[in-house]
Design a protein around this ligand. Structure first.
Ligand code: CA
Ligand code: CA
Length: 247
């Protein structure tokens, strides 16, 4: 086989492997869900559970993107609704991307809020992506210095939000957040955490919290957790091309 053909084949296989490695370990578009979120399953197979003593999120098209079903809270009195879901594995190394489309109709006093918490159930800690008032920020117990973005111009309701964790088991961990307004993507922003956390952060679950009052709604759609071990893919490619060169 010609060398160029071998290289092309290796490239295709390697990119395929990178694609497999980049697959979401948690994804839910909520499209097949009905009733309360508790007991519904994610597209990746995990099952949503209650949080003890708390009310489950509801499903409905008012929370979804493009007329699809999402999960959220549309109660007419001040209230939190929440659910949790296990990842089915521990993530503590490499780049982890938590993303969701979030709807939060604006309300003042009390302000509406949506939280997506990446949790370590064994260590009792959370890193929480928070959209509250006109701020997107990190809160919780592992906050990476509380990066905080003032959303300006103020999105009217829907944003796509991303929490990126650069994890290094036993070493230095860092985080950043970003967002854009759905339907108006030039309205966007990002912030890096001003602090790092040393050690092994064993994230193994996600919690979604949605607070609302009055007739305004809050919710999420297209929630995902995706490991992006780019260095593994690049090392793989580099190693294979190195072998080819030696032949
Ligand atoms: Ca949906
Ligand atoms: Ca589902």
């Amino acid at each position: 086989m010609k060398k160029v053909n071998v290289m092309l084949m290796v490239l295709v296989v390697s990119l395929g492997l990178c694609g497999v490695l980049r697959a979401a370990i948690l994804f839910d578009d909520f499209n097949d869900d009905t009733g309360t979120v508790t007991g519904n399953t994610a597209n990746t197979g995990q099952t949503w559970a209650d949080i003890s003593g708390r009310t489950s999120l509801d499903t409905g098209t008012q929370f979804g993107q493009g007329g699809t079903v999402g999960a959220g809270n549309a109660v007419d009195n001040a209230d939190w609704k929440t659910n949790q879901i296990a990842l089915g594995q521990v993530v503590n190394d490499g780049t982890i991307v938590v993303e969701a489309d979030i709807i939060k109709q604006h309300r003042t006093s009390p302000v509406n809020e949506v939280d997506i918490a990446l949790k370590s159930s064994t260590q009792g800690k959370v890193t929480t992506l928070i959209w509250s008032a006109d701020h997107l920020k990190i809160g919780g117990s592992w906050t990476f210095g509380n990066p905080d973005i003032s959303l300006n111009p103020w999105p009217q309701s829907n944003i796509h939000a991303t929490l990126t964790l650069n994890l290094n088991a036993g070493g230095t961990n860092s985080a950043s957040i970003s967002w854009y307004e759905i339907g108006n993507p030039s309205n966007s922003g990002s912030a890096n955490g001003s602090a790092t956390i040393n050690g092994t952060l064993n994230y193994d679950a996600v919690e979604v919290w949605a607070y609302t009052a009055g007739t305004k709604i809050t919710g999420v759609d297209n929630l995902s957790v995706t490991p992006e071990p780019a260095t593994i893919g690049l090392l793989l490619l580099g190693g294979i091309f190195g072998l080819i060169r030696k032949r």
